[in-house]
Design a protein around this ligand. Sequence first.
Ligand code: SF4
Length: 331
Amino acid sequence: MDRTVSQIINKALDGGMLTLEEGVELLKWDDLSDEAAAVRLAGRRFSDELLPKAEIHGQVGLNTGLCPADCKFCSFAASNKVFTEPAEEELETVVDYARLLEEAGSNAVYLMATARYDQEQFLAYGRACADALGGKVPLIANVGDFDHDYAVELKKAGFTGIYHAIRLGEGEFTRLPVQQRWDTIHAAQEAGLLIGTCVEPVGPEHSLEEIVEKTIMTREMGARFSGAMRRTPIPTSELAVHGAVAYARMATIVAAVSLITGTNVTGNCTHEPNQLAAFNGANLLWAEVGSNPRDTKDKTEDNRGWTVARCAELLEECGLEVLEGPSAMFA
Ligand code: SF4
């Protein structure tokens, strides 16, 4: 066992903030090495300490493409041509979805829309869902970039927070500048909205430096949760040629994210749900209904989307207890 890796792990467990170089050192080992095994075990123990009960958050996708932001990893990207006609869910359907997710045990409910979705309509859907949920679990917005005024409107509509990420390849494989993503995060925080984020979407071509750099950014955001999600290849995407990262590798990455983000970030998500990551430090999984940017079907519950019950079973198989009631991450 390499002494430097032990020292870095101990620094993280003692509450120290890891540097870029230290994060890379944690990830440079083969996944079957003693060093990678030590990172995974430490990531799991650290996550368990920071958040004693795992969570399941449920997301309702409101619409499908064609999104002009054109993120190459997304099935809604205009250039991927998965959904050739835009489509969206009725208000009543979205409210039913939100209510059903909460009744099934989601600790938070998310509404997701593509980048140019009508902002007023999103607020109307938010107000209706907030009413239906009655404050039992937090409502979170997963939408395109916005300014301070819109952040205030989201808060007034009943949203507790937003999911927002500075993705791997942001500005290069998306039409969204990194600074614009930061501006949205800061506008949300100034309006009193909490942030959830993730290191995503990880592909086999990404260097360890890029992965750790984005992980440190999630720490700097002051997010309530971070984590790591692998990219699901969209067959028509130019990125599909790279394939997908194995879950064995993602387990080590998720564990390292827990150690790198440190004591200020209690949640550590992974997506799509898998036992290797949950056993090695992921404490937040996702249930999905409606549209899904990793799916080529418009109703993800008929294809890739997981139910709350299935997520709960996976977490329990990994020795995690699942929280009942509102999310502790967004408390
Ligand atoms: S990830 Fe979001 S912003 Fe990018 S293409 Fe998909 S819906 Fe649009």
